[in-house]
Design a protein. Structure first.
Length: 214
């Protein structure tokens, strides 16, 4: 099966129809260009701040319970410092990445590039695949970014339209932090940019795997 723009666009539209994502509605969030990164909902998720808040709240409850009944402290209370330390490490790494995404998102984006939203059946992740506009309908994918699904109760929340144009902030090289602007909204990536060369059999297979209609 081909992996040009035409074939991938047909698969993207088919997948979107199956998931009822033809015209998705993004929820409003704070503009990262005008506020601190931790006030932006997408970056809060990327930085894993809410789970840490939950762990800290549990720590507080454990302290209160221990003070009220010092002779009946459950064994799991003694595990909380270790759990808190582990989560703090995870949040430190995740928050650094969220801060980097915010910094990149505030830079001037490049010119518009056509994109397609495709869903991987191997990794279970949605991907934005980008094309060079001048190559037209026969363009091969030039780059890709993984996105994140939403929570189980609303799996496709905050995903962009299946077909559109994005302006990319950041350096377009493999592994770099790249942030796509779609209109006046950001589609926050779940990983680094992947520069594509379909002469590489592995990359060609990964793109072919995305081209699967529902």
């Amino acid at each position: 099966m081909g992996v040009g723009y035409r074939e991938m666009a047909e698969a993207s539209v088919s997948q979107a129809a199956y998931r009822r994502l033809e015209a998705p509605e993004w929820r409003c969030e704070a503009d990262v260009r005008r506020t601190f990164w931790w006030r932006v909902r997408g970056l809060q998720r990327a930085g894993r701040l809410l789970p840490l808040a939950g762990v800290l709240a549990l720590d507080g409850l454990a302290v209160v319970a221990s003070l009220e009944r010092p002779d009946r402290i459950p064994f799991w209370v003694f595990l909380l410092p270790l759990v808190t330390l582990c989560w703090a490490g995870v949040v430190a790494v995740s928050s650094r990445r969220a801060w980097r995404m915010a910094r990149v998102a505030r830079t001037e984006p490049g010119p518009g590039m056509p994109y397609l939203l495709l869903h991987s059946y191997a990794s279970g992740a949605p991907w934005l695949v980008f094309f060079r506009e001048e190559d037209g309908m026969h363009a091969e994918p030039a780059g890709a970014l993984p996105l994140s699904y939403g929570p189980d109760r609303d799996l496709y929340r905050d995903l962009p339209a299946p077909v559109g144009e994005a302006r990319l902030s950041g350096t377009l090289r493999s592994g770099a932090v790249v942030v796509p602007w779609i209109g006046d909204r950001v589609a926050w990536p779940a990983g680094g940019y992947r520069e594509l060369d379909l002469t590489d059999p592995r990359q060609a297979r990964s793109m072919t795997e995305l081209v699967r209609p529902e």
